[in-house]
Design a protein around this ligand. Structure first.
Ligand SMILES: Nc1ncnc2c1ncn2[C@@H]1O[C@H](COP(=O)(O)OP(=O)(O)OP(=O)(O)O)[C@@H](O)[C@H]1O
Length: 243
């Protein structure tokens, strides 16, 4: 079966600074791949190269076999297949929850208001926020806002989801609700790539754990094995600080 995401020899420079130094990895259909590593190791840049929010300097990114680094590729089409959830939610503050979920559907999917609202309500139910359709983001907790952001991404019917530290901005007591939603999505077979500091989630839900340091993948493997028996000294050092 064609891999959902395949990255080959990916390099990314910001000016003189080489942030990704030849990354190779694969996310199979339905897999959950968690990416961990110290601050500045290039995790977010890698994720952002996967849907070309960042332009790779060289290398190839294949999404379901299609080379999206090809200059001819329709980026809007590519991005509509890849849901993205950011640390900072990125909801429109002047719109209600329902409006936040409908706007991109109407623009990019050309759905009517009624269709978009139906899809939005179904996804809000999925994240446990059916009662918040008319609320504004400012009246929601961070955890609720992040669940709205997930429901918004799902409303575009993505083939896969990228999460960039989705719980890092949340108070500790709100983290669990967001992880529960992500766990359920994984259980339904959603392909997911998750940059995270939540080692418990990575261990329990991840099919593969990737440890990055200094712009390279230092180690990857089954999460439980990497977390309990890291092979590389840099992984050992990192885990000794965070576990
Ligand atoms: N737009 C940019 N312009 C210049 N440098 C950047 C840009 N984005 C990231 N960098 C640099 O690239 C390096 C890797 O950043 P990146 O955010 O990918 O790391 P990270 O592993 O996700 O870190 P964190 O866990 O702190 O988010 C850092 O040195 C960062 O300063």
């Amino acid at each position: 079966m064609t891999a959902a995401i395949e990255v080959r020899d990916l390099h990314k420079y910001f000016g003189e600074n080489e942030v990704l130094k030849g990354i190779d990895f694969t996310v199979e259909q339905g897999q959950v791949v968690c990416v961990i590593g110290p601050s500045g190791s290039g995790k977010s840049t890698l994720l952002r190269c996967v849907n070309r929010l960042e332009e790779p300097t060289s290398g190839v990114v294949l999404i379901e076999g299609e080379d999206i680094t090809d200059p001819e590729v329709d980026l809007n089409k590519v991005r509509s297949r890849i849901g993205m959830v950011f640390q900072s939610f990125n909801l429109f503050p002047h719109m209600t929850v329902l409006e936040n979920l409908c706007i991109a559907q109407k623009r990019a999917k050309k759905r009517s208001k009624a269709e978009a609202e139906q899809v939005a309500r179904a996804n809000l139910e999925k994240v446990g926020l059916s009662d918040k359709v008319d609320a504004y983001p400012a009246h929601l907790s961070g955890g609720q806002q992040q669940r709205v952001a997930i429901a918004r991404a799902l409303s575009m019917d993505p083939d896969m989801m990228l999460f960039d530290e989705p719980t890092s901005a949340l108070d500790p007591e709100l983290v669990g609700d967001v992880l529960d939603v992500m766990r359920r999505l994984a259980g339904e077979g959603m392909t997911m790539m998750v940059v995270t500091h939540e080692m418990g989630f990575a261990r329990e839900v991840g099919d593969k754990l990737v440890f990055m340091d200094g712009g390279v993948i230092v180690e990857e493997g089954v999460p439980r094995e990497v977390l309990t028996n890291p092979q590389h000294v840099r992984t050992q050092q990192f885990l000794s600080k965070v576990l």
